[in-house]
Ligand binder design. Structure first.
Ligand code: TXA
Ligand code: MG
Length: 347
């Protein structure tokens, strides 16, 4: 165990210590297969309030409750799990799929941002599952970043944002997927995708047929995000310190446009490029590879990390190559559009 600004940093062998802190109403950050979460006992109003305070998170933005056993769903929801939910859980849990269901009794309003629904997920990460099991509690956990910053995919990101603000962080190395879970609302007549993530729209369709998509998921303008059904989707998010601009369109045109924009301006610039196009940009520009444009999991796992790396480099502007929004591309483009505050150029 190390200690940084009063926050304990545990390694994977010290999960038990983290569980004890959760039982006492403390805040513990832990790795999941998507991003690091900041956990507290979902049933303890005071503990959950602490999450909002530590992150600087708006109160109307509800939290996802993490469980490690399907049996734990029952007391958290109202009525029975719909059969569609059973099918999704059989197929995708543990994994990056969050299900929104009518909320059961006894769950504090702070946990669900005052909504009458609750978001549930079973993470696919041994430390997360072990921590939840050892605590014996449902664990409310948003991503472990300061509100508005890119989600953390490394322990050092959590330390950077939250040391001195939370009781403990469990270091589990780099998270796998790197983007947050898919959020699917099952409390309505037709299931509706509220946030794209690790489980794709296409995969959901293959299991349950009809799925609606909240317009905010593909939104390309700030105003689209204000109508979000998932409150978290309306806030500015993932933002690097420098102004970022996303260029969307056909691959070669995107590269040409960014080269043109780089020539226009004076200052220190960064480019987030696919591995295939890194070589296209002029010297003097800081070019970072997001990964192969043919390997979207690789791109997904890198984008938050790269946005944070640019913060260390003090660039004035970041130009980002857009990719296709099929499959995992939908989640990637959703995060990139938000990261730029919807500063998008279409070519
Ligand atoms: O992968 C993830 O989901 C990570 C890890 C830590 O599990 N967690 C995460 O939590 O991304 P957070 O708080 O950063 O995002 C939760 C999203 C927000 O957009 C929130 O508005 C939405 O889920 N949400 C939570 N409860 C909801 C509800 N009852 N109805 C609609 N949206 C809800
Ligand atoms: Mg978040």
């Amino acid at each position: 165990m190390k200690e940084i600004k009063g926050t304990k940093v545990f390694d994977a062998g010290e999960v038990e210590e983290g569980a004890k802190i959760l039982q006492k109403g403390g805040l513990v950050s832990f790795p999941t297969e998507t991003v690091y979460g900041l956990g507290a006992n979902a049933l303890d109003q005071r503990a959950v309030k602490g999450i909002f305070k530590a992150k600087g998170r708006p109160n109307d933005n509800p939290l996802i409750v993490h469980i490690n056993d399907k049996e734990d769903i029952k007391p958290l929801i109202k009525g029975d799990l719909p059969s569609i939910g059973e099918r999704l859980i059989d197929e995708f849990w543990p994994g990056p799929l969050t299900l929104v269901l009518p909320k059961g009794e006894g769950i504090p309003d702070v946990t669900t941002g005052g909504l009458d629904t609750i978001a549930l997920r079973m993470p696919d990460h041994s430390i997360a599952l072990d921590l939840i099991a050892k605590s014996g509690l449902p664990i409310a956990a948003p991503s472990a970043n300061l509100s508005g910053r890119p989600s953390p995919t490394l322990c050092s990101h959590v330390v950077e944002d939250l040391s001195g603000r939370v009781d403990a962080i469990i270091d589990g190395g780099e998270t796998g997927f790197g983007l947050e879970s898919t959020v699917l609302d099952l409390s309505r007549e037709v299931p509706i995708l509220l946030r794209p993530g690790g489980i794709t729209y296409e995969e959901l369709r293959a299991v349950i047929g009809e799925v609606e998509v909240d317009p905010v998921v593909i939104g390309k303008q700030e105003k689209d995000s204000n109508k979000a059904l998932s409150p978290g989707m309306k806030y500015r998010h993932y933002a690097p310190k420098a102004q970022a601009i996303l260029v969307e369109g056909e691959k070669d045109k995107v590269i040409d446009k960014i080269i043109e924009l780089l020539g226009d301006k004076e200052g220190k610039f960064g480019v987030m490029a696919s591995q295939q196009s890194v070589k296209n940009y002029p010297d003097g520009v800081v070019v970072k590879s997001m990964g192969s444009r043919y390997n979207l999991s690789e791109v997904g796992s890198n984008i938050f990390k790269i946005l944070r790396e640019f913060d260390q480099l003090d660039v004035d502007k970041i130009f980002i190559e857009g990719i296709s929004d099929q499959g995992l591309g939908l989640a990637i483009m959703n995060r990139l559009r938000k990261a730029t505050g919807y500063k998008i150029i279409e070519v």
